[in-house]
Design a protein around this ligand. Structure first.
Ligand code: PRX
Length: 645
C-alpha cells in the first residue's frame, strides 16, 4: 500500500501507438466518455448496432425491477453467431481465429470458417445426446481447442455452460454440478501441466458418481504421444470423437432472448459456499465486444495472446467471447509458463509474433524471480501492447514489465474488473490515457466509479462503488437472488453496486485499487473466501476453531495463513498439518493451500466471542497491536506471537 501511495511516475502513450489507435488522445477519450455518461442509452444502442441481431430491442435498459436490471429487452441474438458467422460473412473465413500450442509442443490452427464448422459439429453432437436450450452443462477441460468449441457450441444451441477450472477437486465439481443441476459434464481423458498428465476424467468420475442430475459425461481425447487411461461408464459416458463422427458441420444458431442465461461461473464470496454468477446473453455480448475492441485496440494485423485459463472469467471474456467478436487472431497455450524452461512465454511471443500480451501480475513476479537471463536473445519486438489483470500490480513489477517486456514503448493496460462485472470497468485506454505504475487509472465508457465511506459519502480513500448499471453486469446468483441483493446492493441501500474492493482517487482523478475490503483473499489472482477454508478446517475431527487471513506474498500477491485450535486431547503436530492440507486439496484444490497453519490453545476473541481477524493480521505483519486488554484472554496473543519469532 505504501509503495502505491508514494508512486508518482507517469507515462504518456507512445506517439507511434496513438497515431493508429482507435481512441487517439485524451480529448477523444473524454468526448466519448462524456457521451457515454450523459446519453448512456444512445451510447449503448450505438455500440450494440455494431453487432448482429435477429430482432432489435424494445428498450436499451429496463430499470423497473432494480437491482434486476435488464438490457436490450426482447431482442433476439446469438453470441456464437457474432463470434463466428458474422466474421465469415464479413470475409474473414480464411483468417486464423486461433493458433493453439499444447504444452508438449503439439500445434494446431483454426480459421474462422474452420472454427465455425467445429462449433457446429460440436453443437450437433450435443443435440444428438439430447441437450436442449436451458440445460446446464459443466465443462472440466484443459486448455485445448475443444474447450473453445464446447463453450461456443453451448452458446449456439442455448445451453448454459458452467466452466470449472481444471485445478478444482472432484468435490468442487460435485458442489457446482449439484448447485446448478447440470445434466452433462464435458471433460477430457487428460491434459498437460508442467510435463505431467492430469487425469481429468478420473477426477470427474469421483465428483459426479452420486450426482443424480448428470445423465451424460462427454469425453474428449486430448491426443498426443501417450494414451491416457480412461475408465468409461456404460450408458453414461461417450467419447466425443465417436459421437461427432457423423455430425454435420452446419447448425443454425438458436435465437436467444437478450436476458436468456448464457453462462454460470462460480466464484468465492464471504461465506463458505461459492456463488454461481449469472451472465445473460445480450448485455454480456455487447460489453465483452466493446471492452475488447477499445482496451486492446484490436486491429486486423494483431496477434493477441491472453495467458488466462478459460476456467476463469478472463478466459470467458478475453479469450472466447470478446476477442472472437472482434474477428481477431489469437494464440492459445495449454500449459505452464516455465515448461520446459522459464522462457516458454517469450518463445511463444517470438514464434507467433504476438502483438498484444495480457497476463497476470503473479506471472510477471515469477518471471522477475526466475531472472532476466531467460530473456536474452529473445525477439519481442512484435509486441505493441501489454496488459495485466486479476490483482493489484506492484510498481516494481509494472516497471519490469514495461522495460524488459515492452521495451519501454508498449502501453500497459492495468485492467480492474471481476467475474461479476463481465468485463473491464477501470482501465487505461492505451492510445489515450497516460499510465502510472500500479494504477488501473480511469473508468471505461459508461462506467461511473465513486469512492465512498460506509455512510455513502464521497472520500479520497475508501470503498469503491459503481454508480449506474452497465450491460455486462451479473444478473444474479443462481438459485439465491436474495444473496445477490445482500452482497452487491445492500451497502448503500441499493443506490450503487458494491464490488468489495478498497480504492483511492488521486489528484488526476485516477483510481488506485487497494485490495479487497471483505473476507476474500486474492491468491495469484484466484479468489478464495477465507470462510470457505475455515469451514473445511473445522470439518476435521481434531479442530475446534479456525481463522484464515490473507498475508502479503512476494510472488502470489497474497497468500493464506491459517490459525487453528485443537480439540482437547488431540495433538497439534506435523501429521495434523498434513491432514488439513490434504483436506484443502480434496475439498477445493491445491491452489487454495495455506502457506502455513499455526496451532494455538485459543484464538484472540472479543468478550462477546468474536474472533479478531484484524489482530491476527497485525500479528502476522509484525505491527503494533494497540490495546489488547479488551480481549477475553489476552495471553493467547503471546502464545501466537511466539510462533512468528
Ligand atoms: O480485488 C479485485 C481483483 O480481483 C477481484 C476479482 O476477482 P475475479 O472475480 O476472480 O476476477 C479476476 C479477473 C477479472 C477484484 O475484486 N482485481 C482484478 N483485477 C485487478 C484487481 N485488483 C487490482 N487491480 C486489478 N487490475
Amino acid at each position: 500500500m505504501e509503495s502505491l501511495s508514494q508512486e508518482n511516475r507517469k507515462f504518456n502513450p507512445n506517439p507511434q501507438f496513438v497515431k493508429q489507435a482507435k481512441i487517439a488522445g485524451m480529448d477523444a477519450y473524454k468526448e466519448l466518455y462524456q457521451k457515454s455518461i450523459e446519453k448512456p442509452l444512445e451510447f449503448w444502442s450505438d455500440v450494440a448496432n455494431e453487432l448482429h441481431w435477429f430482432k432489435p430491442w424494445d428498450k436499451v435498459l429496463d430499470e423497473s425491477n432494480a437491482p434486476f436490471y435488464q438490457w436490450y429487452t426482447n431482442a433476439k441474438t446469438n453470441i456464437s453467431y457474432n463470434c463466428l458467422d458474422r466474421q465469415v460473412e464479413a470475409g474473414k473465413g480464411d483468417k486464423v481465429a486461433f493458433f493453439w500450442e499444447g504444452e508438449p509442443g503439439d500445434k494446431k490452427a483454426f480459421t474462422y470458417k474452420e472454427l465455425l464448422d467445429e462449433v457446429c459439429r460440436f453443437s450437433n453432437a450435443l443435440k444428438s445426446l439430447g441437450v436442449k436450450k436451458g440445460d446446464r452443462i459443466a465443462l472440466y477441460l484443459p486448455m485445448i481447442p475443444e474447450l473453445i468449441f464446447a463453450v461456443l457450441a453451448c452458446a449456439r444451441i442455448g445451453a448454459v455452460h458452467s466452466v470449472i477450472f481444471a485445478g478444482f477437486s472432484s468435490e468442487s465439481i460435485r458442489d457446482r454440478v449439484e448447485d446448478c443441476q447440470a445434466r452433462m459434464v464435458i471433460t477430457a481423458d487428460g491434459g498437460y501441466r508442467r510435463g505431467k498428465i492430469l487425469e481429468l476424467k478420473k477426477i470427474v468420475d469421483e465428483g459426479v458418481s452420486n450426482c443424480s442430475s448428470i445423465s451424460e459425461v462427454l469425453v474428449i481425447k486430448r491426443g498426443g504421444e501417450v494414451a491416457i487411461d480412461c475408465p468409461m461408464t456404460e450408458g453414461r459416458d461417450f467419447y466425443y470423437d465417436v459421437i461427432s463422427e457423423d455430425c454435420s458441420s452446419v447448425c443454425p444458431p438458436e435465437e436467444m432472448d437478450s436476458e436468456d442465461l448464457l453462462f454460470l461461473l462460480y466464484t468465492s464470496g464471504t461465506t463458505g459456499k461459492p456463488k454461481g454468477i449469472m451472465h445473460t446473453t445480450a448485455g454480456y455480448q455487447v460489453f465483452s465486444y466493446i471492452t475488447s475492441k477499445y482496451v486492446f485496440d484490436l486491429n486486423d494485423e494483431d496477434v493477441y495472446w491472453c495467458t488466462a485459463d478459460v476456467g476463469w472469467i478472463t478466459g470467458h471474456t478475453y479469450i472466447v467471447y470478446g476477442i472472437l467478436q472482434n474477428g481477431a487472431t489469437q494464440v492459445i497455450y495449454e500449459g505452464a509458463p516455465n515448461h520446459p524452461e522459464p522462457d516458454r512465454f517469450w518463445n511463444i511471443i517470438e514464434d507467433y509474433k504476438v502483438t498484444t500480451f495480457y497476463t497476470a501480475p503473479t506471472a510477471i513476479r515469477a518471471f522477475m524471480k526466475w531472472g532476466d537471463h531467460w530473456l536474452e536473445g529473445k525477439d519481442l519486438s512484435s509486441l505493441r501492447l501489454l496488459g495485466t489483470v486479476g490483482e493489484p500490480i506492484n510498481p516494481e513489477a509494472w516497471m519490469w514489465y514495461h522495460e524488459k517486456i515492452g521495451a519501454s514503448k508498449c502501453p500497459i493496460v492495468d485492467t480492474w474488473w471481476q467475474t461479476e462485472t463481465g468485463g473491464h470497468l477501470l482501465t487505461p485506454i492505451p492510445g489515450a490515457i497516460p499510465t502510472k505504475p500500479g494504477c488501473a487509472t480511469v473508468p471505461f465508457f459508461g462506467i461511473e466509479p465513486l469512492v465512498l465511506n460506509e455512510e455513502g459519502e464521497t472520500v479520497d480513500v475508501g470503498i469503491l462503488a459503481i454508480k449506474h448499471p452497465w450491460p455486462g453486469m451479473l444478473r444474479g446468483i443462481y438459485g439465491d437472488q436474495q444473496r445477490y441483493i445482500d452482497t452487491y446492493w445492500s451497502k448503500w441501500n441499493g443506490r450503487h453496486y458494491f464490488p468489495g474492493d478498497g480504492a483511492r482517487v488521486d489528484e488526476d482523478g485516477y483510481y488506485w485499487i487497494l485490495g479487497r475490503v471483505d473476507d476474500v483473499v486474492n491468491v495469484s489472482g484466484h479468489r478464495i473466501g477465507t470462510a470457505e477454508l475455515e469451514s473445511i478446517f473445522v470439518e476435521h475431527e481434531s479442530i475446534a476453531e479456525a481463522a484464515v487471513i490473507g498475508i502479503k506474498h512476494d510472488i502470489k500477491g497474497q497468500g493464506l495463513l491459517a490459525f487453528a485450535t485443537v480439540i482437547q486431547g488431540k495433538s497439534a503436530d506435523e501429521a495434523l498439518e498434513k491432514d488439513l492440507i490434504q483436506l484443502v486439496d480434496k475439498r477445493i484444490g491445491k491452489f487454495a493451500r495455506p502457506e502455513k497453519i499455526i496451532f494455538s490453545s485459543d484464538l484472540p476473541k472479543t468478550r462477546s466471542g468474536k474472533i479478531m481477524r484484524r489482530l491476527l493480521r497485525s500479528i502476522a505483519d509484525g505491527d503494533d497491536l494497540g490495546n489488547i486488554t479488551t480481549l477475553a484472554d489476552p495471553s493467547v496473543v503471546d502464545e501466537i506471537q511466539k510462533q512468528f519469532n
